[in-house]
Design a protein around this ligand. Structure first.
Ligand code: HEC
Ligand SMILES: [Cu+2]
Length: 359
C-alpha cells in the first residue's frame, strides 16, 4: 500500500517524491456511503413519519405533494452525502497533535467540477419542468366548473355563488372543478386552505383565479395568510366539501328560500352569513356574545334617532358609522355590504320583524 510521504520502493519515481493521494483504495467511499445511507434513512424516517402537512384533500394538492416529495427526496440525498463526507473527514483527517504542516495545495479538478455542475443542473431542470406541468394542470378548470366569487375584507370572507347566494362558509361539491374568483375590498389578504395546498393573494381591484377539485369530504379551515390588520388572526372560516348530490340539493334549497317572502329569505341570509356567531337573536336561536344582542335593536335605533329598518341597514352596510356602546369597532365584518340587494333587503325585513316581536 502507498502512504502519504512514502518513498517509491521500486525507484520508479525519483527518490523522496510524495505520492499524489494518501490512500489508494475504495475504503473511504465505502465508509462515506455507509454513513450516508444511515443518515438518509434517518432523515427519511423523520420526513415520512413527521406530521408536517395535512394530507391533500384536492387533486391540485395531490400534485403539489408530488413535487413536495420529489424536492424532499432530493434534499435528503444531498444532505446525506454532504454530511457523511464531512463526518468522515472530521474523524479520519483530524490533525495529529504535533502536525503543523499545511494540507497539500490542490486546485482545479475538471472532472469533479463538471460533475458538480451537471448534476445540480439536471436536478433543477427536472424540478422546474415537473413544477411547470403541475402548475399548468392545477390551473385547468375543465369545461363545467362551479364558479364562486371569493370576497376578502377586514376581517371576514364572503362567498358568492352564481345564483347570487352569499355565504360566510365555502361549500363545494366533491370531485367537481371549483373555480374561485378571488378579490379584496380593502387591503391585501390571502386565501389559504392548508388541505387544498394552494394559496392565492386577494388584491383590491383585481380578481385572481384558483381551481380546486376536492377529493375528500370534510370541513377544512379557510385562513387569511396575509397580515391584514388587527383582526388578521381571526380572519378564518370553513370550507365544507359535500357529496355532489347533497351540494346540488343544498344550493337549490337556498335559492328557493331566497326567492321566498323577504322575511323567510332574510332568515336564510342570517343563517348563511355567520351572524349567529357574534349576535344573540331569539327568533333565530342565536346566542353569540361578541356583538350586541340584536333583540335590543329597537332601543339602539331610537338612540340613533333612525327608523328601525334604516338603522339596521346602516349597521350592516356601514358597521363603523355608529359603534354600539361598549363594543369594539372593526369587528363586525363590512363584507355584508356586498350582499346582493334582494338578500340585504330580506335580511333587514327579517331582523326588523324579529325584534319587533312580530314574526
Ligand atoms: C365577527 C363578529 C360579528 C359578525 C359575524 C356579525 N356582527 Fe354585527 N356586530 C358585531 C359587533 C362587535 C357590533 C358592535 C359594533 C358596531 O356597532 O359596529 C355589531 C353590530 C351590529 C349591529 C348594530 C347593533 C346595535 O345595537 O347597534 C347590527 C344590526 C348587526 N351587527 C347585524 C349583523 C348581521 C345581520 C350580521 C350577519 C350578516 C352580523 N351583524 C355579523 C360583530 C359581528
Ligand atoms: Cu385578511
Amino acid at each position: 500500500m502507498w502512504f502519504a510521504g512514502a518513498t517509491d520502493p521500486a525507484g520508479v519515481c525519483s527518490p523522496g517524491r510524495v505520492t499524489s493521494l494518501p490512500v489508494r483504495n475504495n475504503k473511504p467511499f465505502v465508509h462515506v456511503a455507509m454513513i450516508a445511507i444511515a443518515l438518509g434513512a434517518l432523515a427519511g424516517i423523520v420526513a415520512y413519519f413527521g406530521d408536517w402537512l395535512p394530507a391533500p384533500a384536492s387533486r391540485e394538492a395531490g400534485r403539489i405533494w408530488f413535487i413536495f416529495w420529489i424536492s424532499t427526496i432530493v434534499s435528503i440525498v444531498i444532505f446525506a452525502i454532504v454530511i457523511a463526507a464531512i463526518l468522515y473527514s472530521v474523524v479520519k483527517f483530524r490533525k495529529q497533535p504535533d502536525d503543523d504542516t499545511d494540507g497539500p495545495p490542490i486546485h482545479g479538478h475538471t472532472r469533479l467540477e463538471i460533475i458538480w455542475t451537471v448534476i445540480p443542473t439536471i436536478i433543477v431542470l427536472l424540478l422546474s419542468v415537473a413544477s411547470a406541468i403541475v402548475l399548468h394542470k392545477d390551473s385547468n378548470a375543465g369545461t363545467n366548473p362551479l364558479k364562486v366569487e371569493v370576497i376578502a375584507q377586514q376581517y371576514a370572507w364572503a362567498f358568492k355563488y352564481p345564483s347570487g347566494l352569499q355565504t360566510g362558509v365555502l361549500r363545494v361539491p366533491l370531485k367537481r372543478h371549483v373555480e374561485l374568483h378571488i378579490t379584496a375590498l380593502d387591503v391585501l389578504h390571502s386565501f389559504w386552505v392548508p388541505d387544498f395546498a394552494q394559496k392565492q393573494d386577494a388584491v383590491p381591484g383585481q380578481t385572481f383565479r384558483l381551481v380546486i377539485t376536492p377529493t375528500r369530504l370534510g370541513t377544512y379551515p379557510v385562513i387569511c395568510t396575509e397580515l391584514c390588520g388587527l383582526g388578521h388572526s381571526v380572519m378564518r372560516t370553513a370550507a365544507v366539501v359535500m357529496p355532489a348530490a347533497e351540494f346540488d340539493t343544498w344550493l337549490a334549497d337556498q335559492d328557493a328560500k331566497l326567492a321566498g317572502p323577504p322575511g323567510e329569505a332574510g332568515k336564510t341570509v342570517f343563517a348563511n352569513n355567520g351572524c349567529a356567531a357574534c349576535h344573540t337573536l331569539k327568533a333565530a336561536g342565536a346566542k353569540g356574545a361578541v356583538g350586541p344582542s340584536l333583540d335590543k335593536l329597537p332601543a339602539a335605533a331610537a338612540a340613533a334617532g333612525l327608523p328601525l329598518a334604516d338603522y339596521i341597514r346602516e349597521s350592516i352596510v356601514e358597521p363603523n358609522k355608529v359603534i354600539a356602546k361598549g363594543y369594539p369597532a372593526n369587528v363586525m365584518p363590512a363584507t355584508f355590504g356586498q350582499l346582493p340587494k334582494a338578500q340585504l333587503d330580506g335580511l333587514v325585513v327579517y331582523l326588523a320583524a324579529s325584534v319587533k316581536g312580530g314574526s
